[in-house]
Design a protein around this ligand. Sequence first.
Ligand SMILES: Cc1ncc(COP(=O)(O)O)c(C=O)c1O
Length: 449
Amino acid sequence: MTETTSNTANTAPTTNAALYDAARAVIPGGVNSPVRAFGSVGGAPVSMVKAAGPYLTDAEGREYVDLVCSWGPMLLGHNHPAVVDAVHRAVDAGLSFGTSTPDELRLAELIAGKVPVDRVRMVSTGTEATMTAIRLARGATVRNLVVKFAGCYHGHSDGLLAAAGSGVATQSLPGSAGVTEAQAAETLVLPYNDRSALEETFTARGQEIAAVITEAAPCNMGVVTPEEGFNQFLRGITESHGALLIWDEVLTGFRASETGYWGLSGKVEGWTPDLWTFGKVIGGGMPTAAVAGRAEVMDLLAPLGPVYQAGTLSGNPVAMAAGLATLQNATGEVYDAITRRSQQLEQMLVGALTEAGVDHSIQRAGTLFSVAFGTSAGGVHNYADAQAQDTFRYAPFFHAMLEHGVYLPPSVFEAWFVSSAHDDSAMERIAAALPHAARAAAAATAPTS
Ligand SMILES: Cc1ncc(COP(=O)(O)O)c(C=O)c1O
C-alpha cells in the first residue's frame, strides 16, 4: 500500500493515495468514470501522468506495462509519433472551428472505405453514437421498443442502462437510479446468445420493436464470444420483422480485426447491419465516435431528415487528426502484431494460471480476450455465466500484477487490450508478473457471506 501524504493548501498531493483523497473531496467518488474507481478490486486508483508506447507512468514515477490502452483507443500504443505529429499540426491550425472541416470528410471516407456504410456522422462519445442510433431506428420504423442483451454496455443513455455490464456490474448495481419506468419499459432485455428468447419476443411484440442493439461481440461482461451463427440470426430476425439491427462496434471497431468484429462475422457470412456505432480507435485517444449506416436510414438525420442530432464539438479538428493518423497507420502489419501479441499474452496467462492450479477459461473475440475464473466446465455464454464466475479471485490477481508493474483493467468484466507497441521487453515484464498474480488468485478464498 502507498503511504498517504497530507493535502494541505500549500502541498499538492503527489502520491496515488493522496491524489485519490484530494479527488474525492471535489470529484464524485474521486473519478470521472466509475470503472476507474477500483470499486471491485479495492485500493486507491493509480493516477497516471505520462504514457509512451506500451507503458504508463504514475504520479509516483512508477512505470507499468499498460493492458488497458485507454480502454481500447491506443491501438498503436501511446504517443505514436505519427499521431502526435498530426495532433500538433492540428493544434497549431486551431483547436475548434465549429464548422465543416476537410479532415472530418477524410475520416468519414476512410471509415466508409473499410466497412460497408454509406454515411458517417461524427459525435464525441460512444454514448452519443448509440443514443443517436436508437433515435434513428425509432424514427425510421415509427416503433418504440428496443431489444438489448443483458451484460452488453452501450454507454449511459437512459434507455440503455438496463443490465448494462461492466460499470454497473462492478458496482453491483442492477441498473441506474434516475431512469424512468417509462424509459426502462421501452427496453426489452434478453439473455445473450439465446435465440429462443428472441423468437418468443419477436413473436409476441415484433410489430413494436424498432431495433435490436448488440455489441458486435460483447466485451463489457468480460469478452463473450458470439455463438456460431448468432449474429447472422440477429440479422435475419430483425429483417423479417421490419426492425433494424444496430451493431455496436464502439469497442471492437477497427480493433477486434482490421474491419472490426464485423470482419470476423458479417463479412464472412455475407450480411451487413443497418446501423453501426464506432468510437475509441476512430478517435486515436481523442473524444470522437460515430454513427454510420445505410443511406436511407442515415439520411433521416437533420438537416436532411426529421431525426434531430447535433454537437458543438462533433468532428473536432484535433480529434479528427488523431483518428485519421491512427487509422492511416493501422496497417495489416499492425493487426498482425496485435494478433500475435494477444495470442502470446493468452498463452502466458493460461500457462501461469494452470501452473498455479487456478480453474479458468479464456473468452476471445478477435484480438480481444478476457479471463473468467472457475468457468472451465461451461465457459461464459451470457451475463449470468459471467456473474457466476469466481470473481473474488480477480482482486488479488489484479493487485499482484499492479505491484509487479502491469496495469490491467480494474474489473474482471473487461477485455484486455494490447497495442502494436507491446514489444518483447513489455511481454517479458508481463511474463515475470503473471506467476505472482496466478498464485495470488489461487490463494484467494470465496467470501463467506
Ligand atoms: C460497446 C460500447 N458501446 C458504447 C460505449 C460508450 O462509449 P463512451 O464511453 O465513449 O460513451 C462503450 C464504452 O466503453 C462500449 O464499450
